[in-house]
Design a protein around this ligand. Structure first.
Ligand code: URA
Length: 259
């Protein structure tokens, strides 16, 4: 593992800026392997050294976390049974042994997919108890209807009798066939089956957020980026502004319509 500067290590994993880190170090609030460290430009080994800020340990680099903007035609699996695996899209320098997609998007679904080698985090994220919200933008066959709001809020019953947790849905401005839907669980083909149960049909589907992590606009379809520790923590945090009400639908609507 290459050595990196102490201030870089901390700033990539916490909310502190480099100048705040300098101030904290001057006050003796930063420790390296149990000893107060006042120099923020010392080089450390993220795998071996232990760093604390104000008594809180900053965790190292044991695992890799990649956010992929999945294009259509790839399967969310490490195997290639039904098409090429999403892992093929990850550039070699970002890949590590034992990586797998944490969760599934259908072969024809696009958007945010986390790829990691951290089994514990994947388990935490996918556990039915975690209820991490996931927002999708949907292109429907028939116009969006306001009645879906109540139907989905009550927990819609799917064709096989399974009932979904309450979900939020809303139409997208300037488009009668686009909608945003927010789920807190991940049943098989859930969005498609929910709209089918409500009498519509999903033509195209893209996931635009996972918890507090929103697909960055700069990440094109098929592209991936390594996440910093603080981005990974955001998965489990409620963002300050409700992303379901955010006005990013224009950007994602264009991607959904044009791909
Ligand atoms: N719901 C679906 O129907 N498909 C997906 O890929 C994800 C959620």
């Amino acid at each position: 593992m290459p050595l990196i500067r102490l201030d870089k290590f901390i700033s990539e994993r916490t909310e502190y800026t480099r100048s705040q880190i300098k101030q904290l170090a001057a006050k003796g609030q930063i420790s390296l392997n149990g000893r107060t460290e006042k120099k923020t430009d010392v080089k450390i080994d993220p795998e071996k050294d232990s760093v604390s800020v104000s008594g809180r340990e900053v965790s190292g680099d044991r695992f890799k976390y990649i956010l992929l903007n999945k294009p259509q035609g790839y399967v969310s699996s490490t195997e290639e049974n039904d098409g090429p695996s999403v892992l093929q899209l990850i550039p070699a320098e970002l890949r590590s042994k034992g990586m797998f997609p944490a969760g599934r998007l259908d072969k024809d679904t696009t958007g945010a997919l986390l790829i990691t080698d951290d089994g514990e985090l994947a388990h935490k994220m996918l556990s039915p108890k975690s209820h991490i919200p996931k927002i999708y933008i949907v292109k429907l066959d028939r116009p969006y209807e306001n009645k879906y709001v109540d139907i989905f809020k009550k927990g819609i019953k799917l064709a096989d009798g399974d009932t979904c947790l309450p979900a939020r849905v809303r139409g997208v401005e300037n488009s009668d066939k686009l909608a945003l839907i927010e789920l807190h669980e991940g049943k098989y083909h859930q969005v498609k089956r929910m709209f089918a149960a409500a009498g519509n049909h999903v033509q195209k589907l893209m996931r635009i957020s996972l918890g507090g992590l929103i697909l960055p606009e700069k990440l094109g379809l098929g592209e991936s980026m390594e996440l910093l520790h603080k981005d990974v923590e955001n998965l489990f945090k409620q963002p300050p502004e409700d992303p379901f009400l955010a006005d990013f639908s224009d950007f994602f609507s264009a991607i959904l319509i044009n791909n």
